[in-house]
Design a protein. Structure first.
Lengths: 429, 151
């Protein structure tokens, strides 16, 4: 068994598709346990069981449409009109608009492609150094993952729900729990940007009501979207899947029907591209449902807990080890695969150490978020390198201060559970 | 095209559901389960489309260190592996669909379960076949490139 696992790991490192690796684990496990292998497709079919999953294709599609449209430009303009007069304002514009855009498009690569060039120009014009600009733009791709309605939050809830925990993990809980930790990251990076600004004296634009008015009018069609979606979700009026449906339809009508920024002939291609992305995530989730089922049946989480209990005696030590493990994981695995693969194993272990599953989710995602920009193979580094024609190494060096600050916030998030849980408790959940 | 169509139906259904619930306080009993089945369908069709462009999520940390010929061999080998796994799942999924059909269970309204499941053998089967073709192309590239390199 060990030999086969080693072979599978080697195959994965040589680029075999991850879903095939996970599926073969499930097939082998059930086969050795003497279970009929049609259990694997039965588990994949459970993709059709979960109403929350409807949100994934719909939000992804809306995100792809927004990314192709003029919405990023309007968003940056509006943020510039509102924040641009502050000291370090342009950098704050970058942070705020990327966070909002990433939250709504979920898969973070889209943010760099759609917003990156705009922010790059704006920051350079405001006389920020090349290094700081590249660092901020690369980092911008991973900000906002902790804000509703980002897909990783939804996916974590979906996977945790499969485990049949005593304490239910609802999508709304994660949406609430992510808000303050996400803000913490923004505040830290914002403070750093303002501090960076001291050297060259800010080249901020003077505040002008007429520009605010024009920018608001310019973005009037997109402006209601965050309010309706976030308001709907947080007030409990919309379920996540309904919010996704409303977003997809609204974005479709506005961008294709009213603004006509995306020609009708282009629409099938955008639909297809977004669904290819969804397919690569869902097939992994599908086969992971079966491998998880096998591992839980075989008592893997329990054995793991028993094994590590000898070395790790308390929740604090566990969290330290967990942070190190997740950072390393984030360097080799994308966030979606990591969620479906690792969450089913570590959630039961973490609960045994008395850690709240919702807090664990935020810790998990915050760590994985840094993985996006960690050298040598962070996804955002690769995307930014392609988009800006810079070597990955140069971008990696430019993002170092940002990584350091995000690490600080991850530590705070990890060891201060109430930061994640206080809104949850106040909402009476 | 099929992908766009399924997605279009999903958006219409999901939005229609909200509208009906709020405006008329009624709902279609079949729309929620149909929507959930469509998630499976759009996911499997998307995965199938991803196979054509070889865009499945993979780690691939080591093969870039290999020389070109080695890369081709490794690429072909990992694709044959993925094809084998996919075809095995497709086989068992097909068995499942046939059994379900004989059993005659209903998923929702009058739609039989086997019909909803039928995407599984279909998609996994085609993914397997497509990966075999990718592997063959990779090996073909290797053989075709070799004389040129020797010359």
């Amino acid at each position: 068994m060990i030999a086969i696992l080693v072979v599978l790991v080697v195959l994965a490192l040589f680029g075999a598709p991850l879903y095939a690796i996970i599926a073969s684990c499930a097939l082998l496990g059930f086969w050795s346990a003497g279970v009929d292998l049609s259990v694997v497709p039965i588990e994949v079919y459970r993709l059709a069981d979960n109403p929350v999953l409807v949100a994934i294709p719909l939000f992804t599609f809306a995100g792809y449409l927004l990314g192709e449209s003029g919405a990023p430009k309007r968003l940056v303009r509006l943020a510039q009109a509102l924040l641009g007069w502050l000291r370090g304002g342009i950098a704050l514009v970058g942070l705020a608009s990327s966070a909002l855009f990433t939250a709504f498009t979920g898969a973070s690569g889209v943010t760099i492609v759609a917003l990156g060039p705009l922010l790059y120009t704006a920051l350079r014009e405001a006389r920020y150094s090349e290094k700081f600009t590249l660092g901020l733009v690369t980092t911008s791709g991973c900000l906002g993952l902790l804000f509703a309605p980002a897909l990783p939050l939804i996916l974590y809830a979906v996977v945790a729900q499969q485990l049949g925990l005593d304490e239910p993990v609802r999508v709304q809980d994660l949406f609430l729990a992510g808000a303050l930790p996400g803000l913490l990251m923004l505040v830290l990076l914002g403070a750093y940007s303002i501090w960076q600004d001291r050297a060259h004296g800010s080249a901020s634009v003077p505040f002008s009501w007429s520009e605010v008015r024009d920018a608001v009018r310019d973005a009037s069609w997109e402006l209601p979207l965050p309010f309706v979606v976030l308001g709907g979700i947080y007030s409990g009026y919309f379920a996540a899947s309904e919010a996704a449906a409303a977003t997809a339809l609204y974005v479709l009508v506005v961008l294709v029907g009213i603004r006509r920024e995306i020609p009708l002939q282009r629409l099938p291609a955008v639909m297809r591209e977004s669904m290819v992305m969804v397919g690569t995530i869902l097939i992994i989730l599908g086969v992971a449902l079966s491998s998880t089922n096998y591992m839980v049946d075989a008592g893997v989480p329990y054995q793991l807990f028993e094994a590590i209990r000898r070395w790790i005696d308390g929740p604090l030590t566990f969290l330290v080890v967990l942070n190190l493990f997740l950072l390393a994981l984030g360097m080799v695995l994308d966030i979606f695969s990591a969620i479906v693969l690792v969450v089913p194993i570590i959630v039961p272990v973490a609960i045994s150490y008395g850690i709240h599953p919702v807090h664990l989710g935020i810790v998990f995602l915050a760590n994985m978020q840094i993985g996006y920009i960690m050298p040598p193979m962070g996804m955002d580094l690769c995307i930014a390198s392609r988009r800006f024609q810079r070597p990955v190494l140069e971008l990696a060096r430019a993002t170092l201060p940002f990584i350091a600050l995000l690490l600080v916030s991850v530590l705070i998030i990890t060891y201060w559970p109430d930061l994640s849980l206080v809104l949850l408790k106040r909402s009476g959940a | 095209m099929l992908l766009a169509l399924v997605l279009g139906v999903m958006i219409a259904l999901a939005a229609g559901q909200i509208l009906l619930r709020n405006a008329f306080d009624i709902g279609w009993l079949w729309s929620a389960p149909l929507l959930r089945v469509l998630v499976l369908w759009v996911g499997m069709l998307g995965a199938l489309a991803a196979t054509r462009k070889d865009e499945h999520i993979a780690i691939d940390a080591l093969s870039r260190l290999l020389p070109r010929a080695g890369r081709c061999v490794v690429h072909a080998f990992t694709r044959v592996f993925a094809a084998g796994v996919s075809l095995l799942i497709a086989y068992h999924a097909a068995r499942l669909v046939l059994e379900e059909r004989a059993g005659g269970s209903i998923a929702f309204s009058s739609v039989p379960t086997w019909l909803c499941e039928s995407i599984l053998p279909f998609a996994f089967g085609l993914i397997g076949v497509r990966y075999l073709l990718t592997a063959a192309r990779s090996l073909h590239d290797l053989v075709a490139a070799e004389p040129a390199e020797r010359a």
